[in-house]
Write a protein that binds this ligand. Structure first.
Ligand SMILES: [Zn+2]
Length: 406
């Protein structure tokens, strides 16, 4: 099976001259108005917007025709995501936007320029074209070089203005080969006491889960605690700007931690043959988390969603498929015994099954249930969950031993 992977490589526009900055700012303003104008149609259909808006847009906005089309696509994306995330009294407010250049209106090449070899040329409108020097950090440079070697395809470039500086976000893509049939299922779950738990089930031995792994997310907790403390202090002094700045820093630090954990999860998965990762689909149950009485669970739910996205992306780059299971299939994962299927009340850190006597780490048990929800569908488990063995008169009877019942 093949799947397309995308990565974004961010470069900075290096000391652009005043005229180029003015041109970019002008285009940003024009593009922003155009996206708003398209949003005014209140339509999520690209063809409707094209038929009813394109000619008008060309007349009213001084932009390259390719930019007019990407602005239309953006309007559709913005409207879609707004409708997915809206609640009763949310209003669509467009605050910022980046300009999307596609292949028709940008060129990117390596030159012998001493300042930087990377130059980005943008067609802004019918007359204007500007060339911008771009610099990259070490990691980003490696990716860009891979793209120049043909390992990645250049798709679009988003021009982003942040704190008065301009950045170019290069979106690269490539096709990745995934194994047709997995031989290991890796379930990743958020736990009651951990940020993430992982466990592997092998096709060759589906009855016996492999040794699991836990990530407590302690450092994330520490970062968040620290920043919320600082924020409270600043709030007393009404330092709004400073608070915003700190939020950005906190987010970056948390993200860094999540990337580290995601790398470890991928490393865990890669020790097994042909792994496939399965996680619970958490879309649309965010509000439920907010009401959750369990502080830990509430605390971890948001970073876990971010972690899922990072894991998904890193998995794909490593040729590992990711599947999400909806609530329907992962009901009661924490209360169900993974060995016999009995549903019990759980307290504390251990799951104790009153029926079959299993004592197991609670988070790991839940995680195994998620893996089983998938392996069952794949026909890996040869038999139904084991029934408990009854002891009578010294003879052990299997309750579901079929017709040979004594
Ligand atoms: Zn049991």
């Amino acid at each position: 099976m093949q799947k397309d992977a995308q990565v974004t490589v961010v470069g900075k526009v290096f000391r652009p001259n005043r005229l180029k900055v003015l041109a970019l700012n002008r285009v940003l303003g024009e593009y922003f108005r155009l996206v708003k104008w398209y949003l005014g149609f209140n339509s999520k259909s690209k063809s409707f917007l094209h038929e009813n808006g394109y000619e008008g847009a060309k007349r009213l906005f001084n932009l390259n025709t390719a930019l007019i089309q990407t602005a239309r696509d953006k309007a559709v994306e913005i409207l879609k995501s707004f409708e997915e995330n809206r609640n009763e009294n949310s209003i669509l407010r467009l605050k910022r936007i980046s300009i999307r250049f596609d292949k028709r209106c940008y060129g990117f090449s390596k030159t012998t320029n001493v300042l930087t070899p990377y130059w980005l040329t943008l067609s802004l409108n019918r007359r204007e074209r500007i060339s911008l020097p771009i610099i990259f950090g070490e990691k980003q440079k490696q990716r860009i070089e891979e793209a120049f070697r043909g390992e990645w395809k250049f798709t679009t470039v988003e021009m982003v203005k942040r704190n008065g500086e301009w950045y170019a976000h290069f979106v690269l893509s490539k096709t990745i080969e995934l194994p047709d049939e997995a031989e290991t299922i890796i379930a990743i779950d958020r736990g009651e006491h951990t940020l993430a738990t992982a466990v592997a089930i092998l096709k060759s031995n589906p009855e016996k889960p492999m040794k699991g792994q836990f990530w407590r997310g302690g450092e994330i907790k520490r970062i968040r605690g620290l920043y919320s403390h600082i924020r409270r202090k600043l709030q007393e002094k009404y330092r709004v700007g400073k608070i915003k700045e700190l939020k950005g820093r906190e987010r970056r630090k948390v993200k860094q931690q999540l990337h580290m954990i995601a790398n470890k999860i991928i490393a865990y998965a890669k020790q097994f043959p042909k792994p496939l990762i399965v996680m619970e689909n958490l879309n649309g149950i965010r509000r439920k988390f907010k009401k959750s009485k369990n502080l830990n669970r509430r605390f971890h739910s948001l970073p876990f969603r971010k972690l899922q996205a990072i894991v998904e992306y890193k998995a794909l780059l490593n040729g590992i498929e990711v599947k999400y299971l909806t609530k329907k299939y992962v009901k009661n994962t924490s209360k169900t015994c993974h060995r016999c299927g009995h549903v019990a009340q759980v307290k504390g850190r251990e799951f104790r099954c009153p029926r079959c006597g299993l004592t197991y780490n609670r988070d790991l048990n839940a995680c195994i249930n998620i893996a089983h929800a998938l392996t069952r569908g794949m026909g890996w488990r040869s038999r139904e969950p084991r029934e408990p063995a009854y002891v009578s008169g010294g003879v052990k009877l299997q309750a579901n031993a079929g017709s040979s019942r004594l």
